[in-house]
Design a protein around this ligand. Structure first.
Ligand code: UD1
Ligand code: CA
Length: 469
């Protein structure tokens, strides 16, 4: 038997005081509605249908092909909203899951439990409830003396005795599709002028049908976003859930309260994440890494045993055994191969640093290909932009740049070539040659690396900066 899922997302979200439709507000970097879609999709095993109204066009664009859509032109209540799905889903006689688009922490397993309970009991409705002394705005669940659920009463209509009841309606339901669609036509108009989905409970009981309640013990699941304060509360709850799962999977979080891991991120075991670290988007981190503190890593892949200190990484790729920072900035297309060392105040964009490249201090490498074991000395800059277009810099293997070398692209330096400190390289340097000056001219063959104090004028100093004497 199949399941269909309907997500209500037509409301305005007035209390957010926002131009943005409620369900498009971001939670951990992703629009709220995507969380509801994930859960519904996983529980039903099929694409959910969204009821849209306020900001419908924007919601459609943000959701794309992840859901089907029906429109509720006028927001006449949650019961009326579900009825709008009748044409799309009305032929469906098995299980109809209904959730609200503003409840991002509701789990797929919980929705499955609703389906299973309804099937096992042949109830008209299985609804999710929680016992809570808080959650004042939530509908109250009324039970008969035999404990069977008889009604859900909204706060505005509840008597003082009903308000004092501990069981709340969370806002997730599984309906018997054979009963639901016709029953919705019979919902009464509430004193507020809306058709409440929750009135379907009393209707089912009047029809002689059972209504079952599944209780959750997890208050996070009940968080509905009506205000910015609740949005912040959901951030904390989601963070706790995600962080707890990563710790259980073998990742050390030194301070989970200041570790921000998006649900889309993956991390290998024995990696240690230091405080104030933000891992966002499609980021993947390998095993045995040390990440942070104070780092922001977005859409980046990091191999095993890497170290990232106090740095910003965006759309970058790091192989194994790479260390970066402090104060490094990797931008789109930065590719650091195995064993690269990138120290402080470096920026790499759309460039590959080959295996074992060292780039210790104050450098910008953009639109470049750097061969293995090359040494990028302090203050190296690829002058990649000529005012019209970006030009490429290519360095061969084991190239040794003097401090403050400017590489005016397009330019190519052959394997084992070298520049003197302060060189402005405007023309290619052949393999094995040393170039010096402004503009740099080739002067002679590079001294063998094993004889730094040889005959030549340019000498590699211990800090790696060859100096002309
Ligand atoms: C609802 C429940 C209440 C429950 C609470 C939990 C009803 C009548 N009440 O109240 O029992 O305790 O959730 O959070 O269902 N929506 C539409 N079209 C409409 C009206 C609402 O699509 O005409 C959507 C909203 O966008 C929202 C969801 O339905 O995503 C819930 O509506 P909301 O007004 O927030 O209901 P609550 O008052 O919170
Ligand atoms: Ca709500």
């Amino acid at each position: 038997m199949s399941i269909v899922a309907l997500i209500l997302a037509a409301g305005q979200g007035t209390r957010l005081k926002s131009k943005l439709p409620k369900v498009l507000h971001p939670l951990a970097g992703r629009a709220l509605i995507h969380y509801a879609i994930d859960a519904a999709q996983a529980a039903a095993g099929a694409r959910p249908v969204l009821v849209v109204g306020h900001g419908a066009d924007d919601v459609r664009v943000a959701v794309g092909a992840r859901a089907g859509f029906v429109e509720q032109a006028e927001q006449l209540g949650t019961g009326h909203a579900v009825l709008q799905g009748r044409v799309a889903l009305g032929g469906h006689v098995a299980d109809v899951l209904v959730t609200y688009g503003d409840m991002p922490l509701l789990r797929a397993e919980t929705l499955r439990a609703l389906v299973e309970r309804r099937r096992a009991s042949q109830a008209a409705i299985a609804l999710l409830t929680i016992d809570s002394a808080g959650l004042f705005d939530f509908g109250r669940v009324i039970r008969a003396s035999d404990d069977g659920v008889t009604a859900v009463v909204e706060v505005a209509q509840a008597t003082p005795a009903q308000l004092a009841l501990p069981e709340r309606n969370v806002g997730a339901y599984c309906f018997d599709g054979a009963w639901l669609w016709e029953a919705l036509e019979r919902l009464p108009l509430s004193p507020k002028g809306e058709y409440y989905l929750t009135d379907a409970v009393a209707l089912a009981v009047a029809d002689g049908r059972r209504v079952e309640a599944v209780k959750t013990g997890d208050e996070a699941e009940t968080i509905g976003i009506n205000t910015r304060a609740q949005l912040a509360q959901a951030e904390v709850a989601l963070r706790q859930r995600v962080n707890t799962a990563w710790m259980a999977a073998g990742v050390t979080l030194v301070d989970p309260a200041t570790t921000y891991i998006a649900p889309t991120v993956t991390i290998g075991p024995d990696t240690v994440i230091a405080p104030n670290t933000h891992l966002q988007g499609a980021t993947t981190i390998g095993a045995e890494c040390e990440i942070g503190p104070n780092s922001v890593i977005v859409d980046t892949t990091i191999g095993d045993r890497c170290v990232v200190r106090q740095s910003l990484l965006e759309s970058a790729w790091l192989a194994e055994d790479v260390d970066v920072g402090p104060f490094a900035h990797l931008r789109s297309g930065a590719r650091l191969e195995r064993g690269v060392h990138m120290g402080n105040f470096g920026e790499v964009k759309n460039a590959t640093l080959g295996p074992g490249v060292k780039m210790g201090h104050f450098s910008y490498i953009g639109d470049a290909q750097i061969g293995s074991e090359a040494n990028i000395s302090a203050g190296t800059i690829t002058c990649n932009y000529d005012g019209v277009k970006k030009n490429k810099t290519v360095l061969g293997e084991r190239v040794f740049l003097g401090s403050n070398t400017l590489l005016v692209a397009p330019v190519t330096l052959g394997d084992d070539s070298q520049t003197g400190a302060g060189s402005v390289v405007t023309r290619d340097i052949p393999a094995n040659m040393l170039a010096l000056g402004v503009p740099a001219r080739v002067v002679r063959e590079r001294a063998p690396a094993s004889a730094p104090h040889g005959e030549g004028k340019a000498q590699a100093q211990p800090d790696g900066a060859p100096t002309e004497r």
